[in-house]
Design a protein around this ligand. Structure first.
Ligand SMILES: Cc1cc2nc3c(=O)[nH]c(=O)nc-3n(C[C@H](O)[C@H](O)[C@H](O)COP(=O)(O)O)c2cc1C
Length: 366
C-alpha cells in the first residue's frame, strides 16, 4: 500500500494523493492575464496524476509582478481569463487546483529568464519596486523604495482582493508565496529587513508582515478552501534565516489558520546557492512537521517515485511537490503509480492507457 498515493485532507479539502505540481512561472501572460499558453500548459498538468496542481506565482498588483509576462489577479480581465482556464482544466483532467498569490517586492521589474533574468533596464519599461529596506537583491538590481505603513496596508488589501477573486474562480487551495526573496520573505529575513519600526528587528516583528496578510486572507477564504504558504526554510547564509526560524514562523502561520506549509529554501540574494543534493529541503520539512504538527509539503530535487514514497512513508513530510520533473514528464504521477503498484484517476478519454489494460505486469514494472 503506497503512502504517496494515500489521500490527505488539508482543512476540509481532500486530495486523492500526496503528489503536488509545484507552482511554475511561465512568463507568458499579458498584463497579468493568462493566455492560450496557460490553457495548454495547465491543461497538460491536469492529467499528471498529481492530486493538486498549484498555478504559478500570480501577483496581487501590477507592480508586484516579477516580469512583464507574469500572471496577476488584480483585474476583472485577469479573473475572467483564469476562470475560463480552470473550468477547462477541471473538464479536461482529474487534479484539484490551487493558486499561488505573490508580490515580488524588490525582485519585481525583472526581465524574463530567457531575456537575461536581471533587473529591467531603461527602455525596457521598468517600474519602481518596494522592499522593507533599501537593500537590492544583488549588484545591478533596483534599489527598492522603503515600504511605508500605507504601502504595507495596500499590499495586504491586494492579497485579500486577489484571494476573493481566487475563491470566486473556484480554486480548491490558495497558497501565499512567502519564499524565494519576494516581498514577504524579504520582510522576514534579517538579510533584507533592516527596519526599526514594528516590522523590523526581532523575529516577532519581522514575521508581522506575513502574519497580518495571512490573517486577513484567512478571514475572506472559507474553510472549504485550503489556505497554505510556501516559505523559505533556510536562507543558506550565516546571517540569514535558520530552520529554527522556519519552525517558529510555521507555528505562527498555523495559529492564524493556515492548513499547510510548503518548505522551499534560498533566494534571499542573487548570490545565494542552494544545496544541490536530492531532496535537499527534506530535513527542514521533517523538523517543521515534527515540531509544529502542521501538514507539511516539501519541494526540491524530488525526482523518483521511490524517493517520494520514502519521504511520505517515513513521515518526513505529508506531501511532495515537483517542478522540473513534472515538465520533463507531465505524466509523472501515472508512472509513479505503476512503479508503486497504486491506482491513479484517469479521465474517460484516457482510460485505455491504464497499464493493467494493455501491458503485462512484468513489463509494467520494468
Ligand atoms: C520554470 C520554473 C518556474 C518556477 N516558478 C515558481 C513560482 O512561480 N513559484 C514558486 O514558488 N516557485 C517557482 N519555481 C520553483 C519550483 O516551484 C521549485 O520549488 C523548484 O524548481 C525546486 O523543485 P524541483 O527540483 O522539483 O524543480 C519555479 C521553477 C521553475 C523550474
Amino acid at each position: 500500500m503506497s503512502s504517496l498515493f494515500a489521500p490527505i485532507k488539508l482543512g476540509q479539502v481532500e486530495l486523492s494523493n500526496r503528489i503536488v505540481v509545484s507552482p511554475m512561472c511561465q512568463y507568458s501572460a499579458d498584463d497579468g492575464t493568462a493566455t492560450d499558453w496557460h490553457l495548454g500548459h495547465l491543461g497538460m498538468l491536469a492529467n499528471s496524476g498529481a492530486g493538486l496542481v498549484i498555478v504559478e506565482a500570480t501577483h496581487v498588483t501590477r507592480q508586484g509582478r516579477i516580469t512583464h509576462g507574469c500572471m496577476g489577479l488584480y483585474s476583472d480581465d485577469n479573473e475572467a481569463a483564469l476562470a475560463r482556464i480552470i473550468a477547462h482544466c477541471r473538464r479536461a483532467g482529474t487534479a484539484k487546483w490551487g493558486i499561488q498569490l505573490a508580490h515580488a517586492g524588490r525582485k519585481a521589474s525583472s526581465q524574463r529568464p530567457w531575456e537575461g533574468g536581471g533587473a529591467l533596464q531603461d527602455g525596457q519599461d521598468p517600474w519602481e519596486t518596494i522592499g522593507p529596506s533599501p537593500v537590492p537583491f544583488g549588484p545591478n538590481w533596483h534599489i527598492p523604495r522603503v515600504a511605508t505603513a500605507d504601502d504595507i496596508a495596500r499590499v495586504r488589501e491586494a492579497f485579500v482582493n486577489s484571494a476573493r477573486r481566487a475563491v470566486r474562480i473556484g480554486f480548491d487551495a490558495i497558497e501565499l508565496h512567502y519564499a524565494h526573496g519576494y516581498l514577504a520573505h524579504s520582510f522576514l529575513s534579517p538579510v533584507s529587513n533592516h527596519r526599526t519600526d514594528q516590522y523590523g528587528g526581532s523575529l516577532e516583528n519581522r514575521m508581522r508582515f506575513g502574519l497580518e496578510i495571512a490573517k486577513a486572507v484567512r478571514a475572506v477564504v472559507p474553510k472549504s478552501v485550503a489556505l497554505g504558504a510556501r516559505i523559505t526554510g533556510n536562507d543558506w547564509r550565516d546571517d540569514g534565516l535558520s530552520t529554527h526560524d522556519a519552525v517558529t514562523y510555521s507555528m505562527a502561520l498555523k495559529a492564524v489558520g493556515l492548513d499547510y506549509i510548503d518548505i522551499s529554501s534560498g533566494g534571499i540574494t542573487a548570490d545565494t546557492r542552494n544545496p544541490t543534493g536530492p531532496g535537499y529541503n527534506v530535513p527542514i520539512a521533517e523538523q517543521v512537521k515534527r515540531e509544529t504538527g502542521v501538514a507539511t509539503r516539501v519541494v526540491g530535487l524530488i525526482t523518483t517515485p521511490a524517493q517520494a514514497e520514502s519521504i511520505v512513508s517515513e513521515g518526513k513530510a505529508d506531501m511532495v511537490a515537483l517542478a522540473r520533473g513534472m515538465l520533463d514528464d507531465p505524466r509523472w504521477g501515472w508512472h509513479a503509480a505503476v512503479v508503486l503498484g497504486a491506482e491513479v484517476a484517469r479521465v474517460p478519454q484516457y482510460l485505455r492507457a491504464a497499464p493493467k489494460l494493455w501491458a503485462p505486469a512484468a513489463q509494467r514494472r520494468a
